[in-house]
Design a protein around this ligand. Structure first.
Ligand SMILES: Nc1ncnc2c1ncn2[C@@H]1O[C@H](COP(=O)(O)OP(=O)(O)OP(=O)(O)O)[C@@H](O)[C@H]1O
Ligand SMILES: [Mg+2]
Length: 507
């Protein structure tokens, strides 16, 4: 049970004439935005519109080229994140900024534990920690090592850290992107409660219904321009999308062509087990999209990694077009026609300091038996083509991939595996952090691939996405495949199967 939060005196934050360019390309232009004390402002826009950049300016981690940040109408003098924190402004980024090898308590009170050895500092901090846990309803073990916690828990550590520093303005960059359904609800409730207690909140998300359910007002960025600020109550998701892209767009799932009667089985998984994954069997036919639903931690990603040979099964086997993969490895899986678009672009998918082109071309490089010059040329063409297909937006394909916005990095990851022309495609959370329009494009691509005969397995934490995109849905719970549904199943039934007999508010 959450106890009432400590009341915080409201602090308004404003951007005045904020502009920012990178290498001559302007990514924010003359942005004027006022966030009122204690309000929740939803900030939306397409991938690359400048949302994260604006949050970083507000939180002092980027200096704008023009303009300034005001607190309660006064120049804030924020030049560094430290300035921002001391003035009560905290940013929770898309990529969390914790020290993984340290404990929860050490992370929440980052910087103060040097003094713990001698005096009473630690006891005092522990007391503050317990109070904040009561306020937020979190139940974190103070001595747990952060790296051992699931991502949803790590995010709670970030929130406690911000509150411990007395945050009066909290900027949250896509905080729900990594959370499962019930965790999202919990976070939204907490944000509402913090705002009621006087905390000012700037909330960025691609889940527009979520933004509308939580925000008092919404602001829309389009290609670096702030094009609108409105009451949330005057909008629907569709009207927000229209402002984001500057035209009317119908957002819906593509029509699935039926799997041909005589389509052969392309992927067959027989009794795969390893770690928590127990005895999972499934078959996917050429042209079929199989959705895999389940809670975060139910073994879905582990299953995909095993099918791809990234982890060796303890038991069971994988057959591609009837031929078993012997001595599984990603190289052999790729040679057999498999591709895996992994869940985390940062940890598994991309070499962040290399160019977009190098990243996208990486898995296919060795396949091209051409001279170096011809190879380079073929590669440029292939990458440019696939980048167009996923609507990847970047200044050029030679720029380091870390400079791309979060959603465009996700598209690059998808493009990279698309280029390998797989006959069996495994995708883990394919649209995480992707805007609604780009998401529709990725869905269209997946369906087109299936229509061309590719067998696809899609893991997604969004039940609507698996149901909208797949011919068939398998639900995993605690490492087992526990239920199967047809395409037109009710979302509630899938969720119920994912939870099983566990209480809905379990940990
Ligand atoms: N350090 C950098 N160097 C060069 N370009 C950058 C840098 N940081 C951001 N950009 C560019 O600025 C633009 C805005 O990026 P930003 O990350 O703010 O977008 P976003 O609205 O948060 O998108 P997303 O929804 O994908 O997270 C993008 O075109 C991005 O490539
Ligand atoms: Mg962003």
């Amino acid at each position: 049970m959450m106890t009432p939060v400590a009341q915080r005196s409201g602090l308004g934050i404003s951007a005045r004439g904020v502009g920012k360019s990178y290498g001559g390309v302007s990514v924010l232009r003359d942005v004027d935005l006022d966030v009122r004390p204690g309000e929740i402002l939803g900030l939306v826009g397409e991938n690359g519109a400048g949302k994260s950049t604006l949050l970083r300016v507000l939180a002092g981690s980027i200096r704008p080229d023009t303009g300034e940040v005001l607190l309660n109408g006064e120049p804030a003098g924020i030049r560094t994140p430290k300035d921002a924190i001391s003035r009560g402004v905290s940013l929770i980024s898309q990529e969390l900024a914790l020290v993984p090898a340290r404990t929860v308590l050490e992370n929440v009170f980052l910087g103060s534990w040097d003094g713990w050895a001698g005096g009473h500092g630690r006891a005092r901090d522990l007391q503050t920690f317990q109070r904040l846990q009561e306020e937020t309803g979190f139940r974190l073990a103070p001595d747990a090592i952060v790296a051992s916690l699931p991502i949803g828990r790590q995010q709670q550590v970030e929130i406690l850290k911000a509150l411990a520093r007395g945050a009066q303005v909290l900027a949250l960059d896509e905080p729900t992107a990594v959370l499962a359904g019930h965790e999202k609800e919990g976070l939204l409730d907490l944000i509402r409660k913090l705002a009621e207690g006087g905390t000012t909140v700037v909330f960025v998300s691609h889940f527009l219904d979520e933004v509308l359910s939580i925000a008092d007002r919404v602001a829309v960025l389009r290609d670096g321009d702030l094009v609108a600020t409105d009451d949330a109550s005057s909008h629907q998701p569709a009207s927000l999308v229209a402002m984001m892209v500057g035209r009317q767009v119908d957002v819906m799932y593509p029509t699935l062509p039926p799997v041909p009667e005589d389509a052969p089985v392309a992927l067959s998984v027989e009794g795969l087990s390893r770690g928590m994954v127990r005895d999972v069997s499934l078959q996917v036919r050429a042209g079929e999209i199989l959705g895999v639903a389940g809670l975060v931690g139910s073994g879905r990603s582990e299953l995909l990694r095993m099918i791809f040979g990234a982890d060796t099964p303890a038991a069971g086997r994988v057959l591609v077009h009837g031929a078993p993969l012997k001595a599984p490895s990603p190289a052999r899986a790729m040679a057999a026609g498999l591709a895996l678009v992994p869940e985390s672009r940062k940890e598994q998918g991309l070499a962040l300091t290399r160019s977009v082109r190098d990243n996208v071309a990486a898995p296919t490089l060795s396949r091209r038996r051409l001279g170096p010059f011809a190879k380079r040329k073929a590669e440029r063409r292939a990458v440019a083509d696939v980048a167009r297909r996923v609507d990847l937006r970047a200044k050029g394909l030679g720029v380091p991939i870390w400079t791309l916005s979060g959603g465009n990095q996700q598209k690059a990851l998808f493009a990279k595996w698309l280029l390998t022309e797989p006959s069996v495609l495994l995708v883990d959370e394919p649209t995480r952090g992707v805007d609604v329009v780009a998401k529709q494009q990725i869905h269209g691509l997946i369906v087109d691939l299936a229509a061309s005969g590719v067998a696809v397995v899609v893991v997604s934490s969004e039940v609507e996405e698996v149901l909208g995109l797949a011919h068939r849905v398998v639900v995993m719970r605690r490492g087992r495949a526990v239920a199967e549904f047809a395409q037109n199943a009710a979302a509630g039934d899938v969720v119920a199967a994912a939870f099983g007999d566990e209480a809905r508010n379990h940990d």
